[in-house]
Write a protein that binds this ligand. Structure first.
Ligand SMILES: *Cc1c(COP(=O)(O)O)cnc(C)c1O
Length: 229
């Protein structure tokens, strides 16, 4: 794992520099779904502080079983009836994809007296199989969220199509970056566009070149996943 991490970090740094940024401006989120607690502790010992999980139940069980002060990211689809479990326990929810979900997060955050940081998940390529709102729905939802006292929009997330050739996703990353810049220019109250969560094991370098601030990497760090484990 040490070798893999060093390899990822050096590629991330090169891509950051290519895009005119500093290596420390791009955060690695280690996607630990399906991997045991020991793998997380090992990655933590090597310097990973941010971890991503896609299922609420698995996330909550890992939070309970790990003492290290980890920044937890929920990166998978969130159902409204599970909002109560995650609010107050995660650093960032990447996968907000409806007004109803945002309202539920607001309600629960108000109840717990916490402010919850979120990203809007955008389905840039309009893939039927994927969650996320379409590009042309983003602005309206941003305005609605800006009125919420206990929800803070921090930016956007996308899961690009799976492809053998990551170059094919460059235009998708660029579209989301441009949308984020457009929204930033509008100076909407209470929202920020500083985070762009995009790029996974097979396309993170391209994503960083196109402006990703957070990349979500599982396989390249932990190895191939076994969903039956
Ligand atoms: C699993 C997952 C990742 C990581 O995928 P890898 O290809 O293993 O790097 C990133 N983002 C989301 C939303 C995921 O579910």
């Amino acid at each position: 794992m040490k070798q893999a991490l060093e390899n990822i970090e050096s590629r991330m740094a090169q891509s950051a520099i290519k895009s005119g940024r500093k290596p420390e401006d791009v955060t690695l989120i280690a996607v630990s779904k399906t991997y045991p607690v020991e793998a997380i502790e090992q990655a933590y010992a090597l310097g990973c502080k941010d971890f991503g999980e896609n299922k609420v139940q698995e996330l909550m069980s890992k939070i309970e079983n790990i003492q290290n002060p980890i920044e937890w990211h929920l990166i998978g689809h969130l159902q409204r009836n599970k909002v109560k479990y995650v609010v107050g326990h995660v650093s960032l929810i990447h996968s907000v994809d409806s007004l109803r979900l945002a309202k539920e997060i607001q309600k629960e955050s108000l109840k717990k007296d916490v402010v919850t940081s979120i990203l809007l998940e955008v389905n840039v390529a309009k893939e039927e199989s994927k969650h996320g709102i379409y590009m042309d729905e983003v602005l309206e939802l941003v305005h609605e969220i800006s009125k919420m006292s206990h929800v803070r929009l921090k930016g956007f997330m996308t899961v690009a199509p799976y492809t053998q050739n990551p170059e094919e996703n460059r235009s998708i990353f660029r579209l989301l970056y441009n949308l984020s810049v457009d929204i930033q220019k509008q100076n909407i109250d209470n929202i920020s566009t500083s985070i762009l969560s995009m790029g996974m094991s097979n396309d993170y370098e391209i994503a960083i070149e196109e402006g990703a601030t957070h990349v979500r990497i599982g396989t390249a760090l932990f190895g191939t996943r076994d969903y039956n484990r």
